[in-house]
Design a protein around this ligand. Structure first.
Ligand code: NAD
Ligand code: DAU
Length: 341
């Protein structure tokens, strides 16, 4: 049996990955460590709470003693590191936690994993480490030119992983995923923010001209891609993991409003994000060559996602009435005021 430590398993992609692994790999035990920051939510793991092949530990990946305790208690042989501060706008407001978790936390996991002689370490990275690209698509060997405190911290964590592979011969793989969407995404990210705001007839604060391009990946495809790389990636390998669905933000916004039958007048152009990357685009031929491709088609997955938020107000309403409110005020109050809303 593999004993897989999934860090950040109470977050959006981590929780979807836990569901995916428990459903598809009946011999594995899935052990979650999560600090339960504002983004961690035990409701995301409610469905698996009674599964005997699952265990949950609250803890910080940067807390070495806690990490060692969990490795030993659960005989961990594999790590999949999702735990991170993940929101670009928050990294612009307050970068500190990004360094502590995305850089130092990754280092602690690597160090404990190295000492315990684990079989494989999978680092969940992001297409944002490359920076922005006007034309063509990024390949894995391209230089890293991260532009936000978030993406710079992710690049820092990823480079530690590379060093542990080169220096200590640790078996590591890295996935660089693109913009992910689906159920259980904290409503600070553009899709759940705009869907839930539109449900309540609130303005949708669109940054700049809305002509930024993101490559959208359905969350179950992100989970299956990570599982595929974990099993079939070569040691030291880095794999772009994109959905192949490049869309302008404004177009995706129009589609979400259509599914909700809400007017375009809710769209409110506001002051742009500082250092906003214009376009992300991934060449995923290396991952396709080892046998993975996405299963979901963008338009139907988007419709399904909108429906999930419509049907699951129990999940997002409590979030939007809590800590989120302070963040929303800091991030959007001035912008919306300047836009006359
Ligand atoms: P999220 O913010 O929804 O979840 C992050 C989780 O990590 C939360 O449960 C949080 O409590 C936990 N966490 C934060 N700091 C921690 C710490 N110090 N110790 C333990 N747990 C901690 O993030 P997400 O969108 O699910 O992203 C997961 C991973 O995927 C991140 O590494 C992110 O960089 C990467 N990624 C995200 C996307 C995306 O579009 N969301 C795309 C590519 C890559
Ligand atoms: O590309 C992968 C990355 O995707 C991940 O590494 C990050 O963890 C994840 O947060 C996401 O980053 P983005 O910055 O692309 O996602 P976000 O949902 O914040 O924004 C998507 C696009 O929408 C971006 O161009 C900014 C724009 N946007 C976002 C918000 C929150 C708006 O126009 N208005 C908004 O209010």
């Amino acid at each position: 049996m593999k004993n897989i430590l999934v860090t950040g398993g109470a977050g959006f992609i981590g929780a979807n990955f836990v569901h995916y692994m428990l459903n598809n790999y009946p011999d594995y035990k899935i052990v979650v460590i999560d600090k339960l920051t504002y983004a961690g939510n035990m409701d995301n793991l409610k469905e698996v709470a009674d599964n005997p092949r699952y265990a949950f530990y609250q803890g910080d990946i940067a807390d070495r003693a806690r990490v060692e305790e969990i490795f030993d208690a659960e005989n961990i042989d594999t790590v999949v590191n999702f735990a991170a501060e993940s929101h670009v706008d928050r990294s612009i407001l307050t970068p500190d936690a990004f360094i502590m978790t995305d850089v130092v936390g990754t280092y602690v996991l690597l160090e404990v994993g190295r000492q315990r002689g684990i079989e494989r370490f999978h680092q969940v990275s992001t297409d944002e480490v490359y920076g922005t690209i006007d034309e063509g698509s990024f390949k894995e060997g391209d230089p890293l030119e991260p532009n936000s405190p978030y993406s710079a911290a992710k690049a820092g964590g990823e480079l530690q992983v590379r060093a542990y592979n080169e220096t200590y011969g640790m078996d590591t793989v890295v996935s660089r995923g693109s913009n992910t969407f689906g159920p259980y995404q904290y409503p600070e990210k553009v899709m759940p923010l705009f869907i839930t705001n539109a449900i309540d007839d609130l303005p949708l604060p669109l940054y700049g001209d809305g002509k930024q391009v993101r490559d959208w990946l359905y969350v179950e495809d992100h989970a299956s891609g990570i599982a595929h790389i974990l099993h079939h990636g070569e040691s030291g390998g880095i794999y772009n993991l994109g959905g192949g669905n490049e869309r302008y933000n404004i177009d995706v916004t129009h589609q979400m409003l259509e599914h909700l039958d809400k007017p375009r007048s809710l769209i409110t152009p506001v002051e742009d994000r500082a250092g906003h990357d214009r376009r992300y685009s991934l060449d995923c031929s290396n991952l396709h060559a080892i046998g993975w491709k996405p299963a979901y088609e963008f338009e139907s997955a988007l419709e399904k996602t909108v429906k999930w938020y419509v049907d699951n107000e129990w999940w997002w309403r409590p979030i939007k009435s809590g800590e989120f409110k302070d963040f929303y005020e800091r991030q959007y109050a001035e912008r919306l005021k300047n836009a006359g809303k």
